[in-house]
Design a protein around this ligand. Structure first.
Ligand SMILES: [Zn+2]
Length: 109
């Protein structure tokens, strides 16, 4: 399943975001592996957001809501309408990240 960056529209595979993107950050392999077993609610604590931001990623409430990605042009801004829709769906689907991924894919978000 693919989701799309809110800013540049780049497609991202959700399994990559769930499992592998963490290895692009400055975390050690051990830390990145430990991150993978965290509950989803703890994956975007301030510490990890900072690591992801340094690697070019910005997320909404979940790692599959890609607001900015490493492929974004430097000065590009998130599409406000798309950002709003994704945030609303994220809220609606709460902790159901699989359902959210499927919904984002259905709507090409
Ligand atoms: Zn992007």
């Amino acid at each position: 399943m693919d989701v799309h960056c809110t800013t540049c529209g780049e497609p991202w595979d959700v399994y990559y975001l769930w499992q592998d993107a963490i290895f692009e950050t400055g975390l050690s392999v051990e830390e990145a592996e430990a991150w993978r077993s965290l509950p989803r609610s703890e994956k975007l604590s301030d510490r990890y957001r900072k690591e992801f931001r340094a690697a070019g990623y910005e997320f909404g409430q979940t790692v599959i809501n890609v607001v900015r990605c490493p492929g974004c042009p430097k000065d590009a801004k998130p599409d406000p309408e798309r950002a709003h829709t994704k945030a609303a769906l994220e809220e609606l689907l709460g902790g159901d990240e699989d359902g959210l991924a499927a919904t984002f894919e259905d709507y090409r978000l």
